[in-house]
Design a protein around this ligand. Sequence first.
Ligand SMILES: NC(=O)c1ccc[n+]([C@@H]2O[C@H](COP(=O)([O-])OP(=O)(O)OC[C@H]3O[C@@H](n4cnc5c(N)ncnc54)[C@H](OP(=O)(O)O)[C@@H]3O)[C@@H](O)[C@H]2O)c1
Length: 349
Amino acid sequence: MRKIPAAILGATGVVGQRFIQMLAEHPWFEIIALVGSERSAGRTYAEASRWVIPGNPPEHVNEMPILPLDASIPGRVAFSALPVDVARQIEPRLAEAGFAVCSNAATFRLEPDVPVIIPEVNGDHIALLEEQHKNRGWKGLIVTSPNCTTTGIVMALKPLHQAYEVVRFMAVSFQAISGAGHPGVPFLDASDNLIPFIQGEEEKIERESRALLGCMRNGRRVDAEIIISAQSNRAPVLHGHTICLSVGFKHKPSPQEAIETLQKYRGPKLTWTLPSAPAHPVIVRHEPDRPQPRRDRDTDHGMVTTVGRVRSCPLLDLRLVSVVHNAIRGAAGGSVLNAELLVAAGYIK
Ligand SMILES: NC(=O)c1ccc[n+]([C@@H]2O[C@H](COP(=O)([O-])OP(=O)(O)OC[C@H]3O[C@@H](n4cnc5c(N)ncnc54)[C@H](OP(=O)(O)O)[C@@H]3O)[C@@H](O)[C@H]2O)c1
């Protein structure tokens, strides 16, 4: 199979670097363009980027030029790691020009005709693209990945929601510094500290979780009617968001039943053979002090959500802790998997 040409927008940032790492040897996609701001455009990747993740950029990527956003960008898929306001300008233009845009920006996530997808959770929401095509008349499309903390929450809850119906949950997050991009949170604020506020995060968790755990009815997305209370904290951890969850169900499972349900979960069949899909999207740890971000975030190339401490809750029904790699499964890896789903479902040819 000839590889599908891909552009990375925001290629120099924290998420852009993960895109480069995941796509450099990808069996289906080939990086043919890197796009940055005016600060970087015209320079090579090596000159313009400050690599902040483990390893090094591939040699051939280092020599590639960074294109400005207003250039005519080549490619068939655009992996977007742009800031929200920049995404608003450029992503619809690229979709109009025929690109399949796989975006990490929050900009279009909750538009009624834009799928916000985790393939193993709600891959069927891809059907919203029919509505998008009718409404917008684009030759291409936009598909989005959810907020990184939301990803760690709904991957842990989807198997339980499917089996026992979640009716309410409380989520308290401890979010890594890299979630704020580069240069991100100043050292003097982040070190030896916990910051109990992340702009817009709690609203995103509450709204996006309902959308992801919702269902498709008559070609439209219907949000799940779940009562959600989210509290977000920035923690002095480099990568990996930790979320403590208390969950109430319509049909209350025992902790052991919940553990078995989580371990068995594989998601829809269509996702099983996608090149970046982990064999089990949710990994359950049984040690009393796991999951931990440093020890669990990279499990299965950072593409799983690790859950532990599944136990009864005197306030709601069950308590558990979830860890997700914010920039891999919660961002670049999620978008690469979405693009693979688009190929498998025939939306990218
Ligand atoms: N970090 C995470 O864990 C995470 C998780 C989920 C979602 N997201 C979302 O993903 C997106 C990227 O986040 P990030 O953490 O990678 O941010 P970042 O490290 O700050 O990187 C931002 C990228 O956008 C580019 N950019 C900024 N202004 C631009 C402009 N006017 N024109 C063209 N390019 C521009 C930057 O290019 P230059 O270097 O050339 O200026 C850089 O490559 C954001 O929407 C964020 O909310 C991030």
